[in-house]
Design a protein around this ligand. Sequence first.
Ligand SMILES: [Mg+2]
Length: 277
Amino acid sequence: MPPDESASATGAAANPAVLQQWLTAARETPKRCALFCDVDGTLAPVVPRAEQAMVPLEVSRLLGRLSAQLGVVACVSGRTAADAKRLVGVGGVVYAGAHGAELLNPATGEIERTPELEAWREPVQKFVSALDQTELRRNGVRLEDKDFIQALHWRGAEEPDLAEELIEEIRTAAVAEGFEIHRGRMVLEIRPPVEFDKGVAVTRMIRRYAVQHAAYVGDDMTDLDAFDALRALHREGTLASALCIGVSSEEQPDRLAASADVMVDGPRGVTELLKTI
Ligand SMILES: [Mg+2]
């Protein structure tokens, strides 16, 4: 077993110095610190259907406390900002939805959207409504309407191989139409061809809240964009420290443990970590 995999299994830190540096900053200069958390698979345990996901009350309370304590606490999700807020349910937290395409400001309750995206909402929605809905159902593929992103889920499909074949056909057709494609854990997203990802979202928040120490916690491929963004901001000197925390799971992407400074053991491990801040 390579060293990074053993680290994920035990929850041991691969780069514990970075973790200590961030925790010290969070204690000594809390308003200069940012905490960014992915939602599904990080705060909420992964469940067969996205709509059944729940963030434990204990976790919401911890985030509530931390949002009063730190410079900024944000949930960064593939869900819409409103849906992420519904799930986490804490007022003081910023919600970056649709992988950063939306930003829900807790102070105003307003959702900021990237303007170029608006023009793409209808074409993306038309593309998925033109798919053969009976064939999707037969293959255990479910649609999730995330506004200008449309997601196809096949977790729980009776025959995952057949579902994957259908998904591949849809992917090819979507690319031909000029859409962006993003793959996560048993999900394919069809998106507008406009640049936005979790890295763009965290960069915007770090600049806006003028924090110097940032930590990001995530479990999936899309979270690696945020890891990369934090490290880039650290290299350019905007951040004094950048901490990337990976959350282990059975479906863990290969690159996660290799990219993370620290691995924690599932959403339970995240809760334990939040308690130490
Ligand atoms: Mg996740």
